[in-house]
Design a protein around this ligand. Structure first.
Ligand SMILES: *Cc1c(COP(=O)(O)O)cnc(C)c1O
Length: 382
């Protein structure tokens, strides 16, 4: 039986060439990057080389790149850090209803601390309205946090236009770009982005690695306090191997964006079209064109998403019913509900996120298995 992994939106495997670059720092190059002897300096140099690579990939300064334990930490740091440092200027934050839980739960926490949060709705395709964003701004607004691309439905927001609005109104702009990295070009300066979160394990680096881009001159408080690592702003002895791994991953994923994504997009559209043509009552969730090249999200009437996922697993195919973070809770996805789907239809959904390794013949195989299982489930629930 062939086993096919179609859940890169949840995580990816560690690439061999990334592990190879990390290996010395997991073994013989174990020096503390703060030590002044050669073994320590080698670690320091590896971290700084990685920082330079990341800055090049994001078109920013290396002093604007901070290593974190993942995008959950990056999002927490961006929101709490800006809120705390700027609360005398204002206590209002604007975000959206479809953010990742690491943004939404942080906002809920900040609400308990006395901050006021506006959660912007989205249209049926998952896009926010720029007019509604403009209208939500008050003289107390200090931060706007809108994800670059959604992890469940793949919808890509008008980031450049949002950045312009933030810039004009002198409001900090944070974006969770975890899913967008490597799929669309990211220009932090051109888009007026002040803070940007990235995760390593979505781009073939190890789990537990992340980045927060913080534009120079931004007024932000620490999330973590301690030593002088990362300019004293994100203390803790550096995981040198992780810093090296995420740097390598970012430089790989941001090369040849155009051609790599074109290939995946063609295969994705082939699968979407096959589903539309041959499977009844299938509704594509998310934007038809303004979406991540590898994302497919369908609602399938009378097909429970969890059941479909578990049966496909037996057949060696890994997909997701909703996002990895929300499927265990069994609550319908907050993203799909925000699109206006009924609770039932929201639980009758699956997400397929293709990997770079996907082939044309695999698409045919996946479609055949998918359509067989969907037919069986529908017959049995009649
Ligand atoms: C995976 C993901 C995160 C969380 O990243 P971790 O590194 O797992 O903490 C945040 N935002 C989005 C959009 C994600 O897809």
């Amino acid at each position: 039986m062939k086993s096919i992994y179609l859940d890169t939106g949840a995580t990816t495997h560690l690439k061999k060439e990334i592990l190879n670059e990390m290996m010395p720092y997991l073994t013989y190059n174990y020096g503390n990057a703060s030590s002044i002897y050669t073994l320590g300096k080698k670690s320091k140099m590896a971290i700084e080389d990685s920082r330079i690579k990341i800055a090049e990939a994001l078109n920013c300064e290396k002093s604007e790149i901070y290593f974190t334990s993942g995008a959950t930490e990056s999002n927490n740091w961006a929101l709490k850090g800006i809120a705390l440092a700027n609360k005398t200027r204002g206590t209002h934050i604007i975000t959206t209803k479809i953010e990742h839980p690491s943004v939404l739960k942080t906002c809920e926490f900040l609400e308990k601390q006395g901050f006021e949060i506006t959660y912007l709705p989205v249209d049926e395709y998952g896009l926010i309205s720029l007019d509604q964003l403009q209208d939500a701004i008050t003289d107390k607004t200090i931060l706007i946090s809108v994800m670059f691309a959604n992890n469940e439905i793949g919808t890509i927001q008008p980031i450049e236009e949002i950045g312009e609005i933030c810039n004009k109104n002198n409001i900090y702009f944070h974006t969770d770009a975890v899913q967008a990295l490597g799929k669309v070009p990211i220009y932090v300066k051109k888009y007026n982005i002040d803070l940007l979160s990235l995760s390593g394990h979505k781009i073939y680096a190890p789990k537990g690695t992340g980045i927060l881009y913080i534009k120079n001159g931004i007024n932000i408080e620490n999330l973590i306090h301690g030593g002088s690592q990362e300019n004293g702003m994100r203390p803790g002895t550096e995981s040198v191997a992780n810093c090296v791994g995420i740097g390598k991953a970012i430089s790989l994923i941001t090369k040849d964006i155009e051609s790599r994504n074109k290939k995946i997009r063609i295969l994705r559209d082939k699968l979407i079209n096959k589903i539309h043509k041959n499977i009844g009552c299938a509704k594509l969730n998310g934007h038809p064109t303004q979406r991540l090249s590898n994302n497919i999200n369908f609602s399938l009437r009378d097909v429970n998403g969890t059941m479909l996922t578990l049966i496909l697993d037996v057949l060696g195919i890994c997909v997701s019913s909703g996002s990895a973070c929300s499927c265990k809770s069994k609550k319908p996805s907050h993203v799909l509900l925000a699109l206006g789907l009924s609770e039932t239809l929201a639980t009758e959904s699956i997400r397929i996120t293709l990997s770079e390794e996907i082939t044309d013949s695999q698409i045919d195989y996946i479609f055949n298995q998918l359509s067989k299982v969907i037919d069986e489930i529908r017959i049995n629930t009649l």
